[in-house]
Write a new protein. Structure first.
Length: 292
């Protein structure tokens, strides 16, 4: 296979640390640098236990080690990525953006991964986007003229860390924009509920699509097909409520249960976007191997 693709993770919070665990078991990726701001943070402590090279110098560490990095996962915040993106571009380093900054190519692997692989900045939308957009896209394949799409995601409050809460406005805007762009539906709304229940609830997302006279058999076929594609890279993705039609709306509900790598299994909202990002990075690494 040759050498694995060298990646760096920028951001040592929950997203970044879980990515580190997933990269460690990948046949195609290796983490050469884990970057944060505080060596005593839980993420940095975990990286140290794995004997991964670390830095507390944020984006400056990427600049100083640019010749050893093929790809960066930016797991900071939307505001930070606005600053990081031009720097990474000037260095010629590809980036997979885990924030809802909406700078790069919007990517949902089950929908458009292949057309994203040539981009130097790939945006993974949001956790709710990764859960809902494939379902909305599948419905739009059966019925291109959807009048309105609404997606409601409910996640455990404990799985929403500081970066998630800081990015709430960007989360809504980017999820809605991606729904419009990838389904062709002009009107879209995204809602995120943080559930404080104990024990913590798994992530659940409901997609509502306003359609007149839908072909439910065709919609079910498209939804089943896309769920199977998602399960290839997100094993904990489940169809809870099959396509149902009531009050002029098609309704579909899904659940995302995490792998439990670094985060609890109830944090499926974080796991789904990380699994999606790893799938993209591995596919890119495979394409480089084929070219070589």
């Amino acid at each position: 296979m040759g050498r694995r693709m060298r990646i760096a993770i920028l951001g040592s919070g929950n997203i970044g640390t879980d990515l580190l665990i997933k990269v460690a078991r990948s046949e195609w990726l290796e983490c050469g640098l884990f970057v944060g701001r505080n060596f005593s943070s839980p993420g940095m402590v975990k990286a140290a236990s794995l004997c991964v090279k670390m830095s507390d110098q944020s984006i400056n560490a990427i600049v100083d080690n640019a010749d050893t990095i093929d790809l960066v996962f930016d797991a900071t915040s939307a505001k930070d990525h606005l600053y990081h993106a031009p720097i990474l571009k000037s260095l010629g380093i590809r980036v997979i953006d885990m924030t809802p900054a909406r700078i790069g190519k919007l990517c949902v692997p089950a929908v458009n991964m292949k057309e994203c692989l040539s981009e130097d900045n790939i945006n993974m939308v949001t956790c709710g986007g990764q859960a809902s957009i494939p379902i909305a896209w599948a419905i739009s394949r059966a019925h291109p003229g959807i009048d309105y799409i609404e997606v409601v995601s409910s996640i455990a409050s404990r799985s929403a860390g500081p970066a998630t809460r800081i990015n709430l406005d960007e989360y809504i805007g980017t999820t809605e924009y991606a729904l419009q762009q990838l389904t062709g539906c002009v009107k879209a709304k995204a809602i995120l509920n943080l559930n404080p229940a104990v024990p913590c609830v798994n992530m659940q997302t409901t997609v509502y699509a306003k359609i007149g006279n839908p072909n439910m058999d065709l919609i079910s076929q498209e939804v089943d097909a896309v769920v199977q594609r998602i399960q290839q890279y997100v094993p904990g993705y489940q169809l809870l409520v099959e396509p149902t039609y009531e009050n002029n709306r098609v309704i579909v509900m899904v659940r995302a249960v995490g792998l439990g790598d670094y985060l609890p299994s109830y944090a499926g909202n974080l796991d789904i976007i990380n699994c999606a990002a790893i799938a993209v990075a591995e596919e890119y690494a495979k394409s480089l191997t084929c070219e070589g």
